[in-house]
Structures are given as C-alpha cells and as structure tokens.
Write a protein that binds this ligand. Structure first.
Ligand SMILES: Cc1ncc(COP(=O)(O)O)c(C=O)c1O
Length: 397
C-alpha cells in the first residue's frame, strides 16, 4: 500500500515518550529547544503584519512560476540593503527553504545520485533527500578551540565521486553557527569547477551574525564563479515561518544560470505553491525587518551573554559561536547524550537537544536555542549547568 522511499519509523523514542508523558501530566518544562519565533514573545507588530494580508490584488490569481514581480523586487531590495546584487529574473519564490531544497534536488540530481552535506547540521536533510530519492554524503566541519568551526576540505575530497552533483553549505550553519570564510569559499569554487558541482547555500540565518569578522562571507547571493543557489526566506529573516515564503536566488556562469532558471521555471510551474496574499504582503513586511531583527538579536545576545558568563559554566564548554539561533555545549562523556538529556528532563525539568539530533560526528554535545524568554533561559541554566557538572559524580558513585 505504501512506498518505501523512507524508513517510516513512527516509533516514539525514549526522550519523546518522556516529554509527552510530562506534558500530559501538566508538569512544567523549561524548553531550551524552543526555536519557534512565534512562541517566544518576540512579535510585537502582529496587527500591522496581518493588515498587509488584506491587499485587494490578492483576489486575482496570477500564476507565475518565479512569483509575482513585486514580491521578487522586494527580495532584490532586501539584498540591495545588504550591499548585494541579485536579479529578479533569477529568483524563484517557494513556500519555504525546505521546499527550495526539494526543487533543487529535483533540478540537480537523478535518483540515486548524491549531494554533499555538512556534518553536523540541520536535521531535515535526510528526509528531504530521501523523499527525492537522492543520496547524501556527509563532509565534516571540525572544531578548533583557537579557530572555531572550519570546513574539512579533505573530507570533501574523500566524499566526491562521479555521481556527486552538488555541495550544500549552510552559512551560518545550524547548530554550529559558523559562517563560510573567504579562504574556504576560494577552495570551494576550485572544487566545484573541477568536479562540475553546483553549490546550494542555505543562508536563512545570515542576518543573525554575532560580533564582527572580516573573513566571513556574509552572503553568496550574486556569486558568479560557480552555479550557486542561495536559499532563504521569511521563517528566519522576519521570524514568520507560518507565512510560508522562501526563495531560491540563482547566480553563476551565465549559460548555466539561463539553463538552471528555465528548468526551475518548469518545476515551479508544476507546483505554483506560494499564495498570493503573502506575495502581496512581502514588500510591506520587509519594512519591519530591521526592528524585528533588532529584537531577535537583542534576545540572542542577552541569552548568550548569560550562558557565556554563567559562574557554573566550565572553561571551553561553550563552543565559539558566530551567528544563528543556537549555542552548542561540549559536555563530559560520563553519560551518553541520550541518557544525559533524559536525566536533565526527568530531574531538572529542562529540555535540550542532544548532539546526535544534528549528526555530530561523536558524543557529547548539547544544543540550546537562544530564543527562549530570558527568565526561562536563565532559570534553565541555573538548573542545567550544576547538573551537568555533577554527572561525573553520578558515574563514580
Ligand atoms: C539551516 C536551516 N535551513 C532551513 C530551515 C527551514 O526553513 P523553512 O522554514 O524556510 O523551511 C531551518 C529551520 O530551522 C534551518 O535551521
């Protein structure tokens, strides 16, 4: 009756089971996995945003595979404000960046062909690729205390085979928060040219850089050296994931771009998935970008500061963070990640992501969202950090 495209593993793991039981029993949970911006008290302009959805032009259906011109122009202005040039004729609006990935997988890879993905990274890749019949091959991001996260180009060289079609860069990456750097970009272009690979760059968090670093590549939009597809959208830029609007910005050598854009037109025309009201609302919504992002950046900085300066945070436990909405803690390996996360939930009422959720190459890491309300975040840290430090004594007892 059903396909076997993916392993439809619908069993509930121990952590999810415990969480469901606690919630059903009405027990309070300090949720440090909360990264849904609509649940963190950050949206202060709600009524104004909703008004934009009532634009009368939305009553007319104008099926356009790339999306309405006024919406694409709003995306071009967004990049222009950041000092970047994009061409509206090379933009395709999508319902989300996740949908953007699925269209790009259809565009670039036949069934069974492969795409390189960073490890650790965003947990949805496996599903997105498997549903498209595409294989993922991981390459490594490696952490050095003095440098932060760097792309391991040897692991890329080892991963490339004749059926690899593209390489995914997430910048800044989720959850490591690392941006691609200028020297890494140069190496990446050489590899792409040598092996005829396209680059898919997920920049959903690129407006949320913390601190300054001239070596950071702030965006690859408009890059013309390799065939490049930049993915982004409102779920992070305006903290409006429920509005379902993202995009693919294509650039690169002109002949390749022309062909890619025409083929993407065909894929987009098959679905025409972006609703008219959000497209008409986009120019008005973008006007709220700087104030919305200022609120989010303040939240991120407040929580990060609290974590970094917590008296019970041991040295080098908090990994260097350049941007994005998450922080990573490297913790002692007295317990497995799963055991530790379960204990923290059971005994402290604090919920965190275990590193395996993001495919860290080895244990033990914990990932926290920096978006929760500061009082919840602070209380969770006060419970969490002493409990982590005590895991050594649990084992020895
Ligand atoms: C790196 C990254 N890319 C894409 C997405 C999904 O974004 P969208 O809501 O646009 O599909 C997420 C969601 O958390 C993400 O972390």
């Amino acid at each position: 009756m059903f396909s076997s495209r993916i392993k439809w593993d619908l069993t509930v793991n121990r952590l999810a089971g415990l969480l469901a039981a606690k919630r059903a029993a009405g027990q309070p949970i300090l949720d440090l996995t909360e990264a849904n911006p609509t649940r963190t008290g950050l949206l202060s302009t709600g009524a104004e945003l909703l008004n934009q959805l009532a634009i009368p032009d939305s009553l007319t259906y104008q099926p356009m595979p790339r999306g309405l011109e006024k919406a694409r122009e709003a995306v071009v202005s967004y990049y222009r404000e950041r000092g970047l040039r994009t061409d509206p004729a090379q933009l395709h609006l999508t319902a989300s960046s996740s949908e953007g990935y699925s269209w790009l997988f259809k565009l670039l890879a036949n069934q069974g062909e492969a795409i390189l993905v960073p490890q650790p990274s965003y947990p949805l890749f496996d599903f997105l690729a498997t549903l498209e019949g595409v294989r993922l091959i991981p390459y490594q991001l490696r952490y050095y205390h003095h440098l932060g996260w760097r792309i391991d180009f040897e692991s890329i060289a080892d991963a490339i085979t004749s059926d690899v079609r593209a390489i995914i860069i997430v910048s800044p990456n989720n959850p490591t928060g690392s941006f691609i750097k200028r020297d890494e970009l140069e190496k990446l272009h050489l590899i792409c040219q040598q092996h005829k690979l396209a680059v898919i760059v997920d920049e959903v968090f690129s407006d949320y850089g913390l601190g300054e670093d001239p070596q950071r590549v702030v965006s690859m939009a408009g890059n013309d050296q390799s065939l490049t597809f930049v993915l982004s959208g409102l779920s992070k830029i305006l903290a409006l994931p429920q509005m379902k609007l993202g995009w693919i910005a294509t650039s690169g050598p002109p002949a390749l771009v022309d062909e890619a854009v025409e083929r993407l037109d065909l894929i987009a025309d098959t679905f025409l998935s972006v609703g008219a009201p959000v497209q008409h609302a986009l120019p008005g919504w973008m006007g709220h970008r700087s104030s919305l992002q200022a609120g989010i950046l303040e939240r991120l900085r407040t929580n990060l500061d609290r974590l970094a300066n917590h008296p019970q945070l041991e040295p080098n436990r908090l990994l260097h963070l350049e941007g994005g909405w998450y922080a990573t803690l490297e913790v002692p390996r007295y317990l497995s990640e799963e055991e530790l996360v379960i204990r923290l939930l059971e005994e402290q009422g604090v919920l965190l992501h275990p590193g395996y959720f993001f495919d860290f190459e080895r244990e033990s890491y914990l990932v926290v969202s920096l978006l929760p309300a500061p009082d919840i975040f602070a209380e969770a840290l006060d419970r969490l950090l002493p409990a982590i430090a005590a895991t050594g004594t649990i084992k020895q007892a």
